[in-house]
Write a protein that binds this ligand. Sequence first.
Ligand SMILES: [Zn+2]
Length: 274
Amino acid sequence: MKYRYILLGAVCSLLLSCATTGPGGRKSFIAIPTSQEVAIGKGMADEVAKTEKKLPDPAWQSYVNDVGQKIVNVCDRKDISYTFTVIESDQINAFAAPGGYVYFYTGLLRMMDNEAEMAAVMAHEISHVVARHSIKRLQAAMGASLAYQLVFGDQGGQAMQAAVGIGMGLLFADYSRQDEREADKFGIYYMQQAGYDPNAAITMFEKLAAASGDHQANIFESLSSSHPETAERIANAKQEIAAEGTLPPGLVLGRSRYIEMRNRLPVPSKTTGK
Ligand SMILES: [Zn+2]
């Protein structure tokens, strides 16, 4: 167990150093520093605030933050502050913008049956932030010239504005399968470290697979669009959990407190056709 932890730490720090310094000799690679990653994330959060409706329930906003901070406490990236927001929308989705801005849609929250399932999605999204997947993806989409301007000479904030625009366009784009596998792997580890039963990740994936069978759009970063992919995620998650050996005692699902919160969610505004 200890060895696994060290290994995970090593993989994580390798990821981080790759992401921040870039592979040596690749001139096209410009690492966007954390301060600018956070600024881009803030810019995107401002855009999201303009277009999406924040759920007007302080108890839910505080609940999602409580669960989020539990995962943050055990995660490998604490150089930023994380923000958690519930959006009132029937979309079955969640996403993380660069810099630690994490969002949940009520459509997804309604599908969950316990707090550990929310922690599973939360830990997956936080893992994308920890491994800087979203900023890496954004940097690749920006291209070298814009990234260069952003880092070394942003005239009048134009490059920042462009970066935010590109980031918004990528919000629901797929991550690479490799990044998804990493987020799943770290996510399962983090949720367990935070005291949640990691088997909830499996029930969550199964629900997403069932929902994607109904051809609904925008399902959890549009991840579960194909069944083989979801089947692979479930198999990997089972393998991850099995590799942990006997799970430590006291891991929770948090069913009753979740159901209590779920009962506060507004009724769906419409039944999604198609
Ligand atoms: Zn993901």
